[in-house]
Design a protein around this ligand. Structure first.
Ligand code: NAD
Length: 228
């Protein structure tokens, strides 16, 4: 039985793309059969893969979804910074193909999402919550996709309808840091995740690519992939 997952990598020349390529070299269950970057035809490149991993730019999403629908291929979307309309494009495509859409593929951050929900449940409503995120200067979107997911998680758990403040810092070569702060007069609780390298994201994306093949159409998260 051939259990190799054939992958098209979109955004292959970028920081995350190169990290996925390096990781896949040592993984016999993954074969990167095609790579594309800015200017290449995603639709042509998607023909002979089982799943496409997207670490490119939010503006590529229409072409990525159109190609996946045309060829009936699964998608793992790691790109962040999508507009509401672009997110709707993904939701629409997920009616016909299986898609993992995750603002952060690291196991640690997905546990942070879980802990954030749990903290709201245990601390109650008299704690204020805010988020601080720090990334390298080259990052194109702000706030980060992970900070937005944390804010949505907090909002859903608090049920007050209050917007959650996000402070974004862009400095040096920081791979990614996210802190959720809960405070009230007299006490403060901080939950922090620090990413030291990009391999943790690449590893999660590859795991999601192996997991999604053969799944029914639908929109999945890393929560589903990790079984959290
Ligand atoms: P990068 O700028 O280093 O690389 C992006 C690559 O995509 C570049 O080579 C660029 O030329 C290419 N590209 C741009 N538009 C394209 C298009 N229309 N079609 C094909 N290729 C295109 O960025 P990066 O640091 O590798 O990050 C890529 C994306 O992944 C960003 O949105 C980032 O926020 C996100 N990211 C997500 C996670 C996660 O765990 N989900 C982790 C890290 C980064």
């Amino acid at each position: 039985m051939n259990s190799t997952t054939r992958v098209l990598l979109i955004g292959a020349a970028g920081r995350m793309g190169k990290t996925v390529v390096a990781l896949a070299r040592n993984d016999r269950q993954i074969d990167i059969v095609a790579q594309c970057d800015l200017g290449d035809s995603i639709e042509l490149a998607m023909e002979n893969c089982d799943v496409a991993i997207d670490f490119s730019h939010a503006d590529a999403i229409t072409e990525v979804c159109r190609a996946a629908l045309h060829h009936g291929r699964s998608l793992v979307i790691g790109t962040t910074g999508h507009s509401q309309e672009q997110r709707r494009t993904v939701e629409e495509a997920a009616r016909s193909v299986a898609i993992v859409f995750a603002s952060n593929f690291s196991v640690g951050v997905n546990v942070l999402f879980w802990l954030t929900r749990k903290a709201v449940e245990l601390l109650g409503s008299d704690f204020d919550a805010e988020i601080i995120e720090t990334h390298h200067k080259m990052k194109k979107d702000a706030p980060s996709g992970t900070a937005k997911t944390l804010a949505e998680t907090l909002k859903a758990a608090q049920k007050t309808g209050h917007e959650i403040a996000i402070q974004s810092i862009r400095e040096g070569d920081v791979v990614g840091e996210h802190t959720v702060i809960f405070s009230r007069p007299g006490e403060r609780l901080e939950l922090t995740h620090r990413a030291a390298n990009r391999e943790i994201f690449a590893r999660g994306a590859v795991r999601a690519a192996k997991w999604i093949v053969g799944k029914p159409a639908g929109l999945y998260s890393m929560h589903d992939v990790l079984g959290l």
